[in-house]
Write a protein that binds this ligand. Structure first.
Ligand code: ADP
Ligand code: TRP
Length: 321
């Protein structure tokens, strides 16, 4: 079973990204052949670029390696290191009806938010189809917002195969239904765009400051407290085992402690949880050449699949090479 995913290098990673996506990827490495790439061409479509994009690309790669993406088990690379994807993008464009792109929610949502409506934003699903179809994966794990993009990739692949035979594997998407949405400091879904994130690799004092801002019920110190809908509890539970969870619930029920105490506890358990990852990250930050070498090696592995696939596609479509 081959699983493929792309990650946009779009900012500091937060605990919503970790529990909603990165941890699933790390766990998937145990049972599937995993392909993961940093989607730096995609990031350009929302206006990212220049030194900031280069920096974020390396930062995201460093963070993923630190959090458990294992280059021995996974093929892990930067999208732009395998140029075949751009050639396939053009070829697939000829199999993409305009209506398919005009209906894409993501494009409509992003332009509604004020991101400039340039061509790359519009044709983004075609590049994403190329990302997927080049490597013949079985499954694309996605958040709900990306389902339509995988459906577009399927439509394009079917249209292409109808004309040229069974070249592309038709990918399926998988939505992780049992992955809970991690709340942000204001209680909405944690997201960079809402500026309500608790970052994975923040500085300790800053992290505590962020956690202290988490919105909680106003209630006297001595009163028993509700935990089920408490944002602090709902973040803390991500880091706790059964026993620790029950003990925290009992502290809520007992009264005598305020949310400030629970926030300090959350900051501590979170800090401890990420300590081994932070140590690994410090190592990689001091050895960025090693990260680049891992990515280059990943790109070589990806190319070993992409190059023969592209040859097949060129032959079918009559592109001389
Ligand atoms: P953001 O909303 O901060 O821009 P992204 O859209 O880049 O985050 O999300 C990257 C991955 O992290 C996706 O797979 C997404 O489903 C997951 N993710 C992001 N925020 C959360 C959250 N609050 N809870 C669970 N998963 C999340
Ligand atoms: N569009 C995805 C996102 O914004 C990132 C992505 C690019 C991707 N290419 C992909 C995901 C291919 C899965 C497969 O999150």
């Amino acid at each position: 079973m081959r699983v493929l995913t792309g990650i946009q290098p779009s900012g500091d990673l937060h605990i919503g990204n970790y529990f909603g996506s990165i941890k699933q990827m790390v766990d998937a490495q145990k049972k599937s052949e995993t392909f993961a790439f940093i989607a730096n061409y995609h990031a350009m479509s929302s206006g990212n670029g220049g030194e900031a994009l280069a920096k974020l690309t390396m930062q995201t790669a460093t963070d993923f390696l630190s959090l458990g993406i294992d280059p021995e088990k996974s093929t892990f690379w930067v999208q732009s290191d395998v140029k075949e994807v751009l050639e396939l993008y053009w070829i697939l464009s000829a199999f993409t009806p305009m209506g398919l792109l005009e209906r894409a929610h993501s494009y409509k949502d992003k332009t509604a938010k004020g991101i400039a409506a340039n061509h790359s934003l519009f044709s983004y699903p075609v590049l994403m189809a190329a990302d997927i179809l080049l490597y013949s994966p079985d499954i694309i794990p996605v958040g709900k917002d990306q389902i339509q993009h995988v459906e577009i990739a399927r439509d394009i692949a079917i249209k292409f195969n109808n004309q040229y035979g069974d070249i592309f594997k038709i990918p399926a998407f998988k939505v992780e239904e049992n992955v809970a949405t991690v709340p942000g400091t204001d209680g909405q879904k944690m997201s960079k765009s809402y500026k309500n994130t608790v970052n994975i690799f923040g500085e300790e004092k800053k992290q505590l400051k962020t956690i202290k801002k988490i919105v909680t019920e106003q209630i006297a110190l001595e009163e028993p407290k509700e935990y089920a809908n408490c944002n602090v509890y709902n973040m803390a539970k991500l880091f706790l085992n059964e026993e620790e969870l029950i003990s925290l619930q009992n502290r809520y029920k007992a009264g005598g402690e305020g949310h400030g105490h629970f926030k300090i506890y959350l900051a501590e358990v979170m800090w401890d949880y990420f300590t081994p990852y932070r140590e690994k990250r410090d190592y990689y930050l001091n050895n960025q050449n090693e990260v680049r070498a891992i990515l280059q090696n990943g790109a070589d592995k990806a190319k070993n699949i992409a190059a023969p696939m592209m040859e097949k596609i060129r032959t079918a479509t009559g592109i001389l090479y």
